[in-house]
Ligand binder design. Structure first.
Ligand code: ADP
Ligand code: MG
Length: 612
């Protein structure tokens, strides 16, 4: 061993950088938070190569004068803290003065800044710890900071970076969280010069959630607002059906700072207690305001963790306030909610057309309720009873009793019914699982779940065959934990998987990120798909042909995303289902080779009633 030496400044900064700057997303976080501290109302983030090539943050904030610029890349240089007692009440986002110094030691950096009221601006560069003189440079009011070629001089760190798209989505994640925390600030994000996420300055919290996570979630949120013990709580909770396996959509903000905290995860668990399956995590977006003196934010360099000084009474207050909102959420199960949404859309359309739709809750009589009778005059029966030409099937057309369908009309061309009228009614939906309808020579029972499963599966197979798979990209990738070996195995067949509509890639050594799934899957279950894939890979050692993968992976995915037994179907749902399935090559069995339909002939009935 050599002698003890004081480390040179640049090495100290590189070590500090290890804590502050892990990846492009940390650069984005530090720079954007600096812009917010500088009072910016518009922040633009330009990224190249997932942020590794370039992170450029441009703001319209207070700017820096030449003296500030000269110090900006110095370690522990900050304008936000001068005495250690200030640490007691840190209100601004940055406070350590480490970020820019760190970046200056591990990337090629430039700051261009102009203060309001000044004729022109100034710039300074830093590269591998070497800082240039400050020099005049033209530029708009505000600050632009460019960080290029991250880790160019620390290859060991660069090696830990993931693919461009993974790093990009991590950057986006940071930007979206920050945007959620700050009303009154607009954000524009580009990646490779393409817009990837925008928020207008005037958008409120709810609007920002909608922009980030889509309107289905935003519409279903229930607001929370409570105040006690000097704590203000404000935000939204989602219905239990939006729950996930991870806490990625639990977003807490404390005084404008995003926060990950075990205590707050527990608060939400308790607030949803009894409404969630064990192992599921609720979704909520919550802002806390309190005196900064009551929290210790200096726990972790990344500043995502805090320590609350009086956590026990706060815990009780938060759980109580949140639970009151949770019980107000729509508790319907996923399948039902799917149809509820569909029903609402149909109702809006019907209202526009001046027709009336009964509420789903009026149409049904509870989960275990009796048979639901629907009376859709079917094409087949029309033709036979009245000789009328084909009338199009309507969604909710008549209020006539079901018995108005002609009974005992047994036509002599009974053989072609199967081909012509596979979707003619009227239907009885039994136990929300089976669809019954009368046929000229008997009756038929359709298993709605099995049929829908078959349908989704067949359509996906057709898509693959025609090279026409449409992928639904997930805004936020779904993370699935797996073993190192599994992650490696799956990483080797990402191209083949993409062909059948599965966008998945490694995200670290033990995590897989699912970026997209076939858009035919409703409520896709990314984790289920990945688990199935891993199972096949472990068993066969490689990926079988596309058809087999579809067979094994997508059909169980189709199954999970299908209309379930227990879903109440409207007449138009039934019509759509049957019409689409009529186009299938075979709709007689579900992919698990269970039957989708069972038919009973008059002969069967006669036997049952001892008429024969
Ligand atoms: P910290 O944010 O902890 O103070 P940083 O290294 O992130 O440390 O920034 C150092 C200093 O540079 C800040 O204290 C601030 O004075 C100045 N600064 C950084 N970014 C900006 C910006 N976008 N606008 C104005 N001043 C900035
Ligand atoms: Mg900072």
């Amino acid at each position: 061993m050599g002698r003890i030496q004081v480390l040179p400044e640049v090495v100290r900064n590189q070590i500090a950088a290890g804590e502050v700057i892990e990846r492009p997303a940390s650069v984005v976080k530090e720079l954007v938070e600096n812009s917010i501290d500088a009072g910016a109302t518009r922040i633009r983030i330009d990224l190249e190569e997932g942020g590794v090539g370039l992170v450029r943050v441009t703001d319209d904030g207070c700017g820096m004068d030449p003296a500030d610029l000269a110090l900006a890349f110095e370690g522990h240089a900050t304008s936000k803290l001068s005495e250690s007692s200030d640490l007691e009440h840190i209100a601004s986002l940055g406070f350590r003065g480490e970020a820019l110094a760190s970046m200056g030691s591990i990337a090629r950096c430039r700051i261009l800044s102009r203060q309001p009221g000044e004729e022109g601006g100034f710039q300074v560069r830093a590269e591998g710890g070497q800082v240039t003189e400050v020099e005049p440079a033209p530029g708009p009011i505000g600050t632009t900071i460019e960080i290029r070629d991250l880790f160019y001089n620390t290859p060991a760190r660069r090696q830990f970076l993931k693919t461009t798209s993974t790093e990009h989505s991590r950057c986006l994640d940071v930007i979206q969280r920050i945007a959620l925390a700050h009303d009154n600030i607009g954000f524009v994000t580009t990646h490779g010069q393409k817009r990837s996420f925008d928020v207008e300055p005037h958008m409120d919290f709810h609007g920002r959630i909608r922009r980030t996570f889509g309107s289905e979630l935003a519409e279903a949120l229930v607001p929370v607002r409570a105040e006690a013990m000097g704590i203000e709580l404000e935000g939204f909770v989602a219905p239990p059906r939006f729950s996930r396996r991870d806490t990625a959509r639990q977003m807490w903000f404390l005084n404008g700072r995003m926060l990950r905290d075990k205590l707050l995860i527990r608060v939400l668990k308790d607030a949803y207690h009894g409404f969630l399956d064990p192992g599921r995590q609720p979704v909520a977006f919550l802002r806390l305001r309190m005196d900064p003196a009551r929290v210790d934010v200096n726990v972790h360099p990344a500043k995502a963790e805090v320590r609350f000084r009086d956590s026990r009474p706060m815990f009780g207050f938060l759980v109580k306030a949140l639970r009151a909102a949770v019980v107000e959420t729509d508790m319907a199960t996923p399948g039902e909610s799917l149809l509820q949404t569909k029903w609402r859309r149909e109702q809006r359309e019907a209202e526009a057309a001046g027709t009336y739709l009964p509420l789903p809750s009026q149409a049904s009589q509870g989960a275990a309720g009796p048979v639901i009778v629907r009376d859709v005059p079917g094409r087949f029966l029309h033709e036979d009873a009245t000789g009328q030409p084909d009338t199009p099937v309507q969604a909710w057309p008549s209020h006539a009793p079901a018995s108005s369908a002609p009974k005992g009309a047994v036509p002599d061309h009974a053989q072609d019914w199967a081909e012509q009228d596979r979707f003619a009614g009227p239907f009885l939906q039994v136990a929300r699982t089976y669809l019954l309808r009368s046929l000229p020579d008997g009756f038929e029972i359709i298993d709605q779940h099995a049929l829908h499963e078959r349908l989704t599966y067949e359509e996906m197979r057709r898509d693959v065959r025609d090279n026409a798979v449409v992928i639904q990209r997930l805004l936020i990738p779904e993370m699935v934990e797996a073993t190192r070996a599994d992650v490696k195995r799956l990483a080797e067949c990402t191209d083949e998987l993409e062909r059948i509509g599965i966008l998945v890639e490694p995200f670290g050594e033990t995590t897989l990120a699912v970026h997209g799934l076939p858009s035919r899957l409703r409520n896709p279950d990314a984790e289920g798909v990945v688990r199935d894939l891993i199972e096949i890979l472990c068993r066969d050692g490689k990926l079988p042909g596309a058809d087999d993968v579809i067979e094994e992976v997508l059909h169980s995915a189709a199954c999970r995303s299908s209309i379930m037994a227990g879903d109440e179907l409207s007449d138009s749902d039934i019509q759509t289902l049957l019409q689409r399935s009529a186009e299938l090559e075979s709709d007689q069995t579900c992919p698990h080779s269970r039957p989708t339909r069972v038919r009973f002939s008059l002969a069967d009935l006669e036997k049952a009633f001892h008429r024969r």
